[in-house]
Design a protein around this ligand. Structure first.
Ligand code: PLP
Length: 385
C-alpha cells in the first residue's frame, strides 16, 4: 500500500503539499465517460468549486466534461483552462453584476437563476449588451439528503433555489422578458450522497414537476440534476473510483426524460476527491496527560473539512513500519478545532515522518486559507515528480 506514493521523491519537497495522482484522475474520468456514453442525452459538468488546480482542470477539460461554476473567478479559471464557454454553467444565490457581465461577455451556456430579483438583473444587464441570456431556474425540490446538515442544499429551509410553488409564476415572468431565454430546470440536493434512494427521490420530484409543466404545455430543453455523488472516505484504496454505474443508472431508470431533452450533471467531489492526498511532516510527538499527540505541519488552513464538518479522512504514516500506536493528529493552528483525527492508530511515529491525509482532492486545496499568516499549500501532480 505504501507503494502508491513516490516517497523518496517527497523527501526534499517542502511540506505540507497536495499530491494529485493523475493516473487515478484519468481512470475516474474514463469511468464517467464510459457510463454516460450508455445513455443518450447525458452530459457531465465538473463542479469547479471542488478543486480549481489548473493541472486538474486541464485534464478534466481534455476528457470532454463541461464546467459548473459558482462565481466569476471560477468562470475565469474554467476559461483559462480551456473549457469552451458553450459548456459552462453558472449557479449561485448571490451573483454580482460583474460576474453576470462576465458570463454574458463570454456567452456561457446557461445561468442557473436562484430568485426573481436575480432574473430581473440578468435581463437588465443582458439588455444593456443587446444580448439574450440563456437561463435555467434552480428549483428547491425540498428533497432531503442523508448527509451532513451543512452540505444539504435541497430542503425548503436552505437558502438555495426557487420554491416549487413559485416555479410557474417565474417561468411566466421569464417568458415576458426580452433578454432572457428559459432553457431548463436546475436542481442540486447536497453533497457526499451515497444512498441512491436520495437521487431517486429527486428523480421522482423532477418527474412530478415535468408533468405539471407539461399540463401547461411547457417543455424544457434541459434538466440539470446537480451533483452530490459521494466517495468512500474509509477505503480510498479499495474504492478509489465511485460507483458511477449505479449513479447514472439510477437517473436512466428513474428520471423520465422527454424526447430530445439533455440531462446535465454537475459532479465535483466524485471526480477529484480520491486522487488527492495532503502530505504533511510530523513536527513533534507530544505526550499529553492522557494521550499522545502527533503534531504535523499541515493544519486546518490546508484542509478544513475535519474542523468544519467533522469529516473523516484516512490518515497513514507513509514512512514508518513501526508497530501501531494511538495518536490524536493535530495541526499547528491556534484553534482547538485544528484536529485531523482523534485516537487513531498510526505506525509508531517520530519527528520527520511523512503523514498522508487521504481522499483530500475535493474541498481541500481550494478551501485553503492564510489564517495565522500561513503560506498556502502547493499542489503537485504526480507528473511533476
Ligand atoms: C457544490 C455543487 C455541486 C457539486 O457538488 P459535489 O457534491 O461536489 O458533487 C454541483 N452543483 C452545484 C450547484 C453545487 O453548488
Amino acid at each position: 500500500m505504501k507503494g502508491i506514493f513516490p516517497i523518496e521523491k517527497f523527501e526534499h519537497v517542502a511540506t505540507p503539499f497536495y499530491y494529485y495522482d493523475m493516473e487515478l484522475l484519468r481512470q475516474t474520468l474514463r469511468a464517467i465517460n464510459q457510463e454516460t456514453a450508455k445513455h443518450e442525452g447525458f452530459c457531465v459538468h465538473y463542479a469547479v468549486k471542488a478543486n480549481a488546480n489548473p493541472k486538474l482542470l486541464k485534464t478534466i477539460r481534455e476528457a470532454g466534461l463541461g464546467a459548473d461554476c459558482v462565481s466569476g473567478g471560477e468562470i475565469e479559471a474554467a476559461i483559462r483552462a480551456g473549457f469552451p464557454a458553450s459548456k459552462i454553467v453558472y449557479a449561485g444565490v448571490g451573483k454580482s453584476d460583474w460576474e453576470i457581465n462576465l458570463g454574458l461577455d463570454n456567452d456561457i451556456f446557461c445561468f442557473n437563476v436562484e430568485s426573481i430579483p436575480e432574473l430581473e438583473v440578468i435581463n437588465e444587464l443582458a439588455a444593456a449588451k443587446d444580448k439574450v441570456a440563456r437561463i435555467a431556474l434552480r428549483i428547491n425540490p425540498n428533497v432531503g439528503a442523508h448527509t451532513h446538515a451543512n452540505i444539504t442544499t435541497g430542503l425548503a429551509e436552505n437558502k438555495f433555489g426557487i420554491a416549487m410553488r413559485d416555479m410557474e409564476t417565474v417561468i411566466e415572468q421569464a417568458a415576458k422578458m426580452k433578454n432572457v431565454r428559459f432553457v431548463g430546470l436546475h436542481f442540486h440536493i447536497g453533497s457526499q450522497i451515497l444512498d441512491m434512494g436520495d437521487f431517486e427521490a429527486l428523480c421522482n420530484r423532477v418527474n412530478e414537476l415535468q408533468d405539471q409543466l407539461e399540463s401547461h404545455r411547457i417543455i424544457v430543453e434541459n434538466i440539470n440534476v446537480g451533483g452530490g455523488l459521494g466517495i468512500d472516505y474509509q477505503h480510498p484504496n479499495r474504492v478509489p473510483i465511485p460507483d458511477f454505474k449505479a449513479y447514472f443508472d439510477t437517473y436512466a431508470k428513474k428520471l423520465k426524460l422527454r424526447n430530445g431533452q439533455t440531462l446535465h450533471f454537475e459532479l465535483g467531489r466524485a471526480v477529484v476527491a480520491q486522487c488527492g492526498t495532503l502530505i504533511t511532516r510530523t513536527l513533534y510527538i507530544k505526550e499529553g496527560a492522557t494521550k499522545k499527540f502527533c503534531i504535523v505541519d499541515a493544519g486546518m488552513t490546508d484542509l478544513i473539512r475535519p474542523a468544519l464538518y467533522q469529516a473523516y479522512h484516512k490518515i497513514e504514516n507513509i514512512t514508518s513500519e513501526q508497530p501501531l500506536q494511538t495518536y490524536d493528529v493535530v495541526g499547528p493552528i491556534c484553534e482547538s478545532s485544528d484536529v485531523f483525527a482523534k485516537q487513531i492508530d498510526l505506525n509508531g511515529t517520530r519527528r520527520g515522518d511523512l503523514i498522508a491525509i487521504r481522499s483530500a482532492g475535493a474541498y481541500g486545496e481550494i478551501m485553503a486559507s492564510q489564517y495565522n499568516c500561513r503560506r498556502l499549500p502547493v499542489g503537485y501532480s504526480s507528473e511533476d515528480f
